[in-house]
Each structure stands twice: as C-alpha cells, then as structure tokens.
Design a protein around this ligand. Structure first.
Ligand code: PLP
Length: 392
C-alpha cells in the first residue's frame, strides 16, 4: 500500500489556527481587552424567516408516511433546479434545469470537479487566491501556473500571450481581494479559453453582493462562456447557509471537450459518488428564490454591505489603498508604513485589539496586504473603525 504522496507537498493550513493561537495568547495576557474580530469569512446573521418556515414545513413532511421522502435525485430536486433557472433568467441567462446540479456547498464541487479532468492538464490560478483551488490541485499532482494579482492590475489578473494552461480558476467577487471583474475583462478570459479549448472554473460564491448593475454576476452573461465555463455558486454567503450547506454548479450542455459534454461526465460522477442534498435543506434553499426570500436575504446583504461601507470610508479617510468593499463583503488593503501582513496583524491586535486576516495566507502576492471582512456586527465594526483612526 502506498499513500498519495502529493499530500506531502501541501503546505500546512496554518493561517486560521495561527490567528486563533495569537489571539488566544493576547487574550490571556490582556483579559480585560475587548477584541473585535474582522477576520472571519463566516456569516453572523441567522437564516431568514422564509427559509426557516420552508424547512419546518419540510420536516413535518418527512415525519408523515404519505409525504416522507427517501433518496432524492442525485442532481437535486426539480423544484430547486427550476427556481435557480428562474433566478438566472432574471440575470438574462437562460439555463435548462439539466444544466444545474445541487451540491452541499461550493467547496466540495470545486474540489470534486477535478475528477472529470485528466491529471496532466495544467491549471492557471490567480495569486492571491482562495486556497482550495491550489490545494485540491496539489493533491492530484497537477502543474499550476500562477497569474499575478497586484496593485497595478487592481488584483484582477488578465491573460496575456504567456498565460498557458488548460483549466483556469476565476473568482468574482473575489475572496480574498473583494475585486470584481467587469464584463469586458471576463470577455478576455472567455476569449482566451475558447481559443485554446481551455475550461474556466468560475466561482460566483459572492455574486449576490454585486450592487453595480453593470458588473457581471455570472460568467454566463459573457458571450461564448457556455462553450468554455462551469460556474460554482454557494448559498453560504447568499443566505447564511454556511452551517446548513447547499450550493449549485452549472455545466451548460454546450460545454464539450474531446467530443464529450462535460455535463454528462459530471452527472456520471455525481450519480456514482454523491447521494444528493437533504430534502429539508433543498426546500429551505428553494425559499430563498421566492419573492419574500429574496427580499429578506437582500436586507441581510445590505447590512453586511453597510459594514463594508463603513470600513471603506475609514480606509479612504486614512489614505490607505484598498480594493473591494463596494460589491463584496471583503476589503483588501495595503498594510500601512510598509508593514508585512503579519506585522500589521500584530499591530492591529496589540494597539487596536482588532483581528483581521494577513494577506500572506492567500499566496505570495498577498504579502504586505490584509483582508477585512464585513460579516460582523455593525456596532463592533463602527467601534473598530474608530480605533483604527486613533492608531493609524
Ligand atoms: N468559494 C469561495 C471563494 C469561498 O470564499 C467559499 C467559502 O468561504 C467557498 C467557495 C465555499 O463555500 P461553501 O460554504 O459553499 O462550501
């Protein structure tokens, strides 16, 4: 028996445990200090009433012999896939329900999708990045070419004549940078992919935060994308489903490689290795896309964006360079006074009792940058911003 030695190539995922350890040490030394956490990527508001009501009803159905459900469709219940198709129609994207796969969240599908691609494909990954794209490819031993995010390109790297690869990961609005690609910029990636028959893996987990009507919320709003892209979305940040678990993946029938529709491969993969998301959760997810559900989640998104605005205004006032915060719950700032990411982390923790996330944890290009998250409580965010103004 041999282990998969690719796993030994993975770097220890120390970022959040290291942060927790530093904060816990500081707390022990200064028990009277009120620490404000602006580092977490988890939501804090509860499920909206429309979702709770739908899930209660579904629980009752499961408790009654005449409405009980056993195994469901691996691809997801038709009612939820239809609701998602309607949601996309509202964005001007027409989908067939067979193109939508319900998942237990975007993270699983982003990792599992690699099952349908040859291991010899080269992947293109922006740096800085959500670490899952990198680690899942290291686990399978794929070659990775990084494309660089920087202040110069506003952390929105674009392809050029040197960009080589078969699969590219794009995330917009981006975690960790909060940056959002324009339609014109995404068109450049779509053209790049079509030209070399590559595939774009588009992560739209934060699409609901986009407020500017000119910015895209789906790769399929870009002409040609149905021939070269797969979209992964999550209800985690859309509707507070981080603990409830539901998302979806869209694979258009028009996406064909080696004369095989990728939709067919993914369906085969899912029907073999996945038994679907619980009926109760899918009924809850369906409720998000009703008129009431959408109104209720929009209120939550506005609450988080209010936090982001507060942070953006403070950074602007302090003359600190940043991206994000307008169409995204994340702000990505340049550490003041040329501090490194971890120096700034320590500075904020010890001087302001504020916790954020060092950019260096998201890739080499994150060094010297810092991520703030808007998923906290508004009073705490306001207090944290007052403290930042005092210490910077
Ligand atoms: N994609 C990005 C960019 C994320 O930031 C996250 C979660 O933080 C996910 C995907 C995973 O979401 P899920 O909770 O649906 O697995």
């Amino acid at each position: 028996m041999r282990i998969n030695t690719n796993y030994l190539q993975l770097q220890d995922s120390y970022l959040f445990s290291f942060i927790a350890q530093r904060v816990s040490e500081f707390k022990q030394q200064h028990p009277q200090k009120n620490i404000i956490r602006l580092g977490i990527g988890d939501v804090t508001l509860p499920l909206v009433p429309a979702v709770v009501e739908a899930m209660h009803k579904a629980v009752s159905e499961m408790g009654s012999a005449d409405t009980f459900k056993g195994y469901g469709e691996e691809q997801g219940y038709g009612f939820l896939r239809e609701a998602i198709c309607d949601y996309y129609a509202g964005k001007g994207v027409l989908l067939d329900k067979n193109e939508v796969f319900i998942s237990d969240g975007a993270k699983s599908d982003l990792g599992n999708i690699l099952d349908i691609f040859d291991v010899n494909n080269t992947v293109v990954i922006p740096d800085p990045v959500y670490p899952v794209y990198v680690d899942t490819n290291i686990m399978t031993g794929r070659k990775i070419n990084f494309v660089n995010g920087s202040v110069e390109n506003s952390f929105l790297p674009l392809p050029d004549e040197n960009t080589e690869g078969d699969i590219v990961y794009l995330c917009s609005p981006n975690n960790p940078t909060g940056a959002v690609y324009t339609k014109e910029q995404l068109q450049l990636w779509v053209d790049w992919a079509l030209e070399r028959q590559a595939v774009i893996l588009f992560d739209s987990a934060y699409e609901v935060f986009v407020q500017d009507p000119n910015l895209p919320t789906s790769i399929f709003q870009i002409p040609g994308a149905k021939q070269c892209a797969i979209e992964f979305c999550s209800l985690s940040k859309t509707a507070g489903f981080t603990g409830t678990r539901c998302g979806y993946t869209v694979i258009p029938q028009a996406l064909v490689r080696d004369s095989v529709p990728l939709n067919k491969l993914w369906l085969r993969r899912q029907t073999t290795k996945f038994n679907g998301v619980s009926y109760i959760v899918q009924r809850g997810a369906e409720a998000i896309f009703t008129e009431t559900g959408l109104r209720q989640i929009k209120e939550q998104i506005q609450y988080y964006l209010g936090n982001a605005r507060l942070m953006a205004d403070t950074l602007t006032e302090l003359g600190i360079w940043f991206t994000g915060g307008k169409n995204s719950p994340y702000l990505w700032l340049k550490c003041p006074n040329n501090m490194s990411s971890w120096e700034f982390f320590d500075f904020l923790l010890t001087q302001g009792n504020i916790v954020g996330t060092p950019g260096a944890g998201f890739g080499a290009n994150g060094e010297g940058f810092f991520r703030l998250s808007a998923f906290g409580n508004q009073d705490n965010v306001a207090e944290a911003m007052e403290r930042m103004k005092k210490i910077l």
